[in-house]
Design a protein. Structure first.
Length: 192
């Protein structure tokens, strides 16, 4: 897998400010929004997000004129990180690469649930994100299938739905979630 730009990467690059101080504030707002969405869902307070980022509410609105702009940008940034992870893992052993990416995907699902409530499944951002995720993660499954370590009777959509279903469940802690995910992935792995 090469470092081919994914559609979502272009969205992320064009939205990020170029001035260093503005980019720093922008990045701090994304981190704060991601945390707030994970804790409070789509109802997270914009004032709280600005406070967490250490900026004023005016700076938040200058970067994200609407709540939807913030949701879309957080979502696109998360998917872009998933795409970069897939590229970084491409040289690893096929099963290890696939499971490491799926672990990162499971973590991303926490933010996605909150953001998805606010986004239309057919929006341009959602479409670019879905296309990018399939283009980045799909080859990891295909490689594992070619190596004979993953079931051949499933496609990438099946795998994502399985992991999304698992992450939609409430767990006692991250360790329990990781254990349940590992059990499910045992059903994806072929015996050697």
């Amino acid at each position: 897998m090469t470092a081919t730009p994914f559609p979502v990467g272009e969205i992320v690059v064009t939205r990020r400010p170029h001035r260093r101080d503005a980019a720093r504030n922008y990045d701090a707002l994304l981190v704060a929004a991601r945390e707030a969405f994970a804790e409070h869902g789509s109802d997270a307070s914009l004032e709280d997000i600005a406070r967490r980022a250490g900026v004023g509410i005016g700076t938040l609105y200058r970067n994200f004129p609407t709540r939807r702009d913030l949701f879309e940008t957080v979502y696109a940034d998360e998917v872009n990180a998933l795409c970069r992870t897939a590229v970084e893992l491409a040289g690893h052993e096929p099963w290890a690469a696939l499971t490491a990416w799926l672990d990162r995907f499971a973590g991303y699902m926490v933010t996605k649930r909150a953001v998805r409530e606010a986004l239309d499944n057919e929006s341009d951002i959602f479409t670019a994100c879905r296309d990018s995720m399939y283009a980045a993660g799909g080859p990891l499954l295909e490689r594992a299938q070619r190596a004979g370590v993953a079931r051949a009777d499933m496609d990438f959509g099946d795998l994502l739905r399985m992991v999304a279903g698992i992450t939609a469940t409430v767990f006692d802690d991250d360790a329990q979630r990781d254990r349940v995910l590992a059990i499910a992935l045992d059903g994806v792995r072929t015996s050697r």
